[in-house]
Ligand binder design. Structure first.
Ligand code: ADP
Ligand code: MG
Ligand code: ZN
Length: 480
């Protein structure tokens, strides 16, 4: 049997760090990148005798996430202790939610490769605290713990095993990420660990109704590694089954360098977390009014922005999908249109040159260094004929490297388009003189010669000559 005879089953547990100013049970700041242990207090360091107080914002953000993903919100919820020992967890338990999560039974819609809409069901969304971070081998041989992250609020979003390929996994995760960005509950910076996924994978023979045994790859935080890891794991599992073996339920670590998964610990189901309600925290009870208030303040979500772009700006489905996949791109798009009133041009910049640069430099839209005002002004400069679109591309590169007013850039670089008739005429004469063969070719009916001459003139002026004027004047001369 081959790979085609198997069905792939995937379910994700996604952790998103919430962008609240303070931690979940104390008032320490949550900012990323501070010096180790400078954002800690007796509560998040787990000193005996300290008591947690639940940050109300965390509940609000989790409810927002639940509503934006079509969940039912539980009006009666609570916090539980999940007991386990690990050096980055000073209390030796994590405060999480066990049997009464805040949100349940939601879904996120994706588009499959056949263009069909598919719902990935969410089992639950619950709140919990993040653990600290171990730094290995920084000083001599030992490990040091940084507790700045301990107590940073998380939501865990658990999907049903509804995903059927690595491609669908990426689509689901991208959709989830964009929803969380739109409702502004998490910055979703994967490289900083603000969004990370535990990926559960199993396979079964097509037609089987029982799920196969799954393996779980923990803490994945890049789309590329997730795809590679899933593909590797599918092949590994099928090979084992084809050889007559059985899949062990285990936790795996994906190694990007070797491109393989390694076993971390097995039989995870055997781990007993001894959950019990945290006696230091009261139950979370939410009124209808509280939930309704949050519902009323939900911003426009990607799907509805997309519909608007299709109707208002006549974007293609593909372009609208790309732009609305990220709130940052979408805000950039709308902001630039307000400045230049040319949606077509802004759309083109975003889907072509800006996306290409992001891809080449492996950056996320949130890392775009210039703002919508600067992009809008670039479009205006081209529309007014102050610069050609090929100079525009050079301005864009400058905007990525050292963002400033495009007008300033072209002045500084001497990139202003030559539209002066006398100057253009001079260039045209010079190029014609140097290329008698092209003149002959043109007269002999080879239209391509014109393109060559214009190209030479562009080269001569370092791309600054107005191309329409060049064309016109060359034609006038050649047809004389
Ligand atoms: P745990 O919390 O022990 O990891 P759960 O039962 O909560 O286990 O499942 C975690 C995730 O694993 C869920 O996203 C679920 O969809 C997924 N999952 C469960 N069974 C399978 C399976 N057989 N194959 C793939 N994914 C699965
Ligand atoms: Mg799990
Ligand atoms: Zn603290």
């Amino acid at each position: 049997m081959s790979r085609e005879d198997y069905e792939v089953i995937i379910g994700l547990e996604v952790h998103a760090e919430l962008s609240t100013k303070t931690k979940i049970f104390c008032s320490c700041p949550t900012k990323f990148g501070a010096d180790p242990n400078t954002q800690t207090c007796p509560i998040c360091m787990a000193m005996p005798g300290t008591l947690p107080v639940l940050n109300e914002r965390v509940v609000e953000y989790a409810v927002k996430a639940g509503l934006a993903t079509n969940c039912e919100i539980s009006q009666d919820s609570k916090n539980d202790r999940k007991n386990y020992f690990y050096p980055d967890l000073p209390k030796a338990y994590q405060i999480s939610q066990f049997d009464k999560p805040l949100c349940e039974h939601g879904y996120v819609e994706i588009e499959t490769k056949d263009g069909e809409k598919k719902k990935i069901r969410l089992t639950r969304i619950h709140i919990e605290e993040d653990a600290g971070k171990l730094n290995h081998d920084e000083f001599g041989g030992g490990s040091l713990v940084d507790l700045n992250r301990a107590g940073v609020p998380l939501i865990e979003i658990v999907s049903e095993p509804d995903i059927r390929s690595s491609e669908e996994t990426e689509k689901y995760l991208r959709k989830l990420k964009s929803i969380l960005e739109y409702i502004e509950v998490s910055d979703c910076k994967m490289q900083e660990g603000s969004l990370r996924a535990d990926v559960n994978v199993s396979v079964r023979k097509k037609g089987d109704t029982k799920l196969g045994t799954r393996t779980e790859m923990k803490n994945m935080n890049s789309f590329r590694s997730i795809t590679r890891a899933i593909e590797y794991e599918i092949d590994r599992q099928i090979d084992i089954i084809e050889d007559g073996g059985v899949i062990e339920q285990e936790t795996l670590r994906w190694d990007d360098v070797s491109g393989k998964t390694f076993s971390m610990r097995d039989k995870e189901d055997a781990q007993d977390y001894r959950y019990f309600p945290d006696p230091d925290l009261v139950a979370i009870q939410l009124s209808d009014e509280y939930i309704q208030n949050i519902k009323d303040t939900l911003p426009e979500l990607p799907e509805s922005r997309k519909q608007r772009y299709l109707e208002e700006y006549k974007l293609s489905e593909k372009d609208a999908n790309l732009i609305t996949s990220s709130k940052y791109l979408s805000d950039l798009f709308e902001g630039a249109i307000k400045v230049c009133h040319n949606p077509k041009a802004v759309n083109n910049w975003i889907i072509s040159d800006i996306s290409r640069i992001l891809n080449e430099t492996e950056q996320e839209p949130i890392e775009i260094p210039f703002d919508s005002n600067q992009l809008g002004k670039l479009v205006i400069l081209i529309d007014k004929g102050t610069i050609s679109s090929s100079i525009g591309k050079k301005v864009l590169v400058e905007l990525f490297e050292n963002p400033r007013d495009p007008e300033e850039i072209i002045k500084e670089k001497g990139w202003i388009q030559i539209s002066d008739e006398g100057a253009i005429q001079e260039v045209v004469s010079k190029i014609l003189e140097a290329n008698p063969q092209s003149i002959a070719d043109y007269k002999a009916g080879k239209d391509k010669a014109l393109g060559f001459l214009v190209g030479q003139a562009m080269k001569e002026t370092k791309g600054k000559a107005n191309p329409q004027m060049l064309n016109k004047m060359f034609l006038e001369e050649l047809n004389k």
